[in-house]
Write a protein that binds this ligand. Structure first.
Ligand SMILES: *Cc1c(COP(=O)(O)O)cnc(C)c1O
Length: 382
């Protein structure tokens, strides 16, 4: 794996992606869900980790499928020479699927209109490969129950004419509660029976993302769509990644670019939302909301500097934020870990904050913390 700099030389802003962790997470989930297969979800640039790099590692570790939101993301994988099956499930209002079909991208179909476009793009020598998506209760993407029959009939007719091949049927869980998810599973079984009664044979049935795959074995079916777990994070509020046997794959690092000693009472950053209580060292970190640092971690988040965790004080700005170091006299150039693997032994005596700690500090979810990192953050793969 290559990066602009060796991992030994900290960059201004760098996300280090640990491919051994990605592979271990993939294998761990695969071992847990077998005989179900795993689709590695690499949409949104693999949640900020780098889609092409993550896809290669996931396939090598045993992912049979790759999943993305839109066709352009799938074609970027094909451009990189990745040949594994790819499913793309989110489309514009009047999609042209010709290139997707030509390059063997499987289409997730959520509307009658999308099905018509897939049929138009397919031909007997190269039928469009589709997975029909049914809404079983999430209230989001997918065929509404009242359209199941007509769309299944149209799909069966198009399949008989050789224009498409219906290889899969899928849906997505709300995670509202185990009972809600099991009700969706029951609705999914109804959709399956209806599809089969109309002549379809969707060999690959999939419903679960990370949360369902790890907590509701009945939802694993033929394939689980693994997103956040691949990146080493827990989808649950009450269980950590370590408890699930997952290793966070991203470590976001920087260096202090300014250090100064200030007197008690000094106001910090825009609006003086923080005043230091006693004479203290302050360090400046060159990441801000332009880099995906949530402004909501102002005065609530913390980072690791030289073995100790210190609070983010004052408002996060576009390009920078301030850390209160107290009596800890740091130096310009000292390494800062914003978040990483809290179990990493090299962080001692304290732990690296986790992306989940950041999510709590920003009142959001771990998915958003890693995915929102900006373009100025260099990704280094190893
Ligand atoms: C993003 C996404 C996933 C992955 O979800 P995680 O919670 O990150 O595992 C699975 N399926 C669909 C349809 C998605 O949009």
């Amino acid at each position: 794996m290559s990066g602009a700099q060796s991992p030994a030389v900290p960059a201004l802003r760098r996300a280090h992606i640990d491919h051994a962790a990605l592979a271990a997470n993939l294998r761990h989930v695969l071992d847990t869900v077998r005989p179900a297969a795993v689709m590695a979800v690499v949409k949104a640039d693999a949640y900020g980790h780098g889609a092409v790099e993550v896809a290669r590692t996931a396939v090598a570790a045993g992912a049979e499928w790759l999943g993305v939101a839109d066709v352009d993301e799938a074609l970027a994988l094909r451009d990189a020479g990745i040949e594994a099956p790819v499913l793309a499930w989110l489309h514009g209002p009047d999609p042209d699927f010709a290139e997707a079909v030509a390059r063997d991208v499987t289409l997730g179909i959520s509307t009658a209109g999308q099905l018509a476009r897939a049929v138009a793009a397919g031909a007997p020598e190269a039928p469009a490969r589709v997975h029909l998506k049914v809404d079983t209760g999430l209230g989001r993407n997918g065929l509404g129950r009242e359209e199941w029959r007509t769309v299944f009939e149209a799909a069966a007719a198009a399949e008989a004419a050789g224009r498409i091949r219906v290889e899969g049927l899928f849906s997505h869980l709300s995670g509202a509660s185990p009972d809600d998810d099991l009700a969706q599973l029951a609705a999914f079984e109804e959709a399956t029976s209806l599809a089969r009664s109309l002549g379809l044979d969707p060999g690959l049935r999939h419903l679960a993302s990370t949360a369902g795959a790890l907590s509701l074995p009945a939802t694993r079916l033929d394939l689980v769509r693994l997103g956040i777990g691949l990146y080493g994070h827990s989808p649950f509020d009450d269980r950590t990644a370590a408890e699930l046997g997952l290793v966070p794959a991203m470590r976001l690092e920087s260096r202090l670019i300014s250090v100064k000693h200030v007197a008690a009472g000094t106001g910090v950053s825009y609006g003086y939302t923080h005043h230091v209580e006693r004479d203290s060292w302050l360090g400046l970190v060159p990441l801000g909301y332009a880099d995906g640092i949530p402004r909501h971690v102002s005065n609530t988040g913390s980072v690791w500097v030289g073995g100790r965790v210190h609070p983010i004080v004052g408002r996060v700005a576009m390009d920078q934020f301030v850390v209160e170091l107290g009596e800890h006299e740091a130096r310009v150039g000292d390494r800062v870990v914003l978040f990483g693997d809290p179990s990493a032994p090299e962080a001692a005596p304290e732990r690296y904050p986790g992306a989940d700690d950041w999510a709590r500090a920003a009142s959001t979810i771990t998915w958003e913390i890693v995915t929102r990192l900006g373009r100025r953050v260099e990704r280094v793969h190893s």
